[in-house]
Design a protein around this ligand. Sequence first.
Ligand code: URA
Ligand code: SF4
Length: 187
Amino acid sequence: MFDWQNLEQVCMQCTKCGLCETRNNVVFGVGLREADVMFIGEGPGEQEDLKGEPFVGPAGKLLDDMMSIIDLNRKNSYIANIVKCRPPRNRDPLETEQDACIDYLRNQVALIKPKIIVCLGRIAAMRLIRPDFRITREHGTWTERNGIWITAIYHPSALLRDVTKRPETFDDLLSIREKIRETGAKV
Ligand code: URA
Ligand code: SF4
């Protein structure tokens, strides 16, 4: 377990998996380090890799809009990914790459101590909730783990591809707002 300074320093120089060979930037995370609400995506895309910040491409614009519906933003929450370096051509991160990277995220969670974690899409949900998590059937459901409430919603990229999923996601956002109220999470 590292403190923020050491964690960021180690992560920025990491060569623990093959993704280090093709990355331009490590995408460590962004937001409030004392946040009560965390959003976790799967891994950086092209824009994120170029800028070193999560969710700054088209999916990120939609994520900002989704968050703003329930008064969240990049200043009052924390946003990170399962893997910190971009998988080539945006393929899913391999199990081995996730295994190599996950301790950075666990360290971030340990430092932040959020009340609520929102997985964005199935990759994060399968990693953080259950290996057999079914996003289609189980999005918007809640699990409590070590005192943290955790849920998953559709990935904003999926919502860009398929707008018919948006109404369900709106309901899921309202459920997150309700959980924020229930837990007294500060936003
Ligand atoms: N998709 C993700 O899962 N993470 C990002 O940071 C950007 C797009
Ligand atoms: Fe290290 Fe994670 Fe990047 Fe792999 S993806 S090189 S484990 S920071």
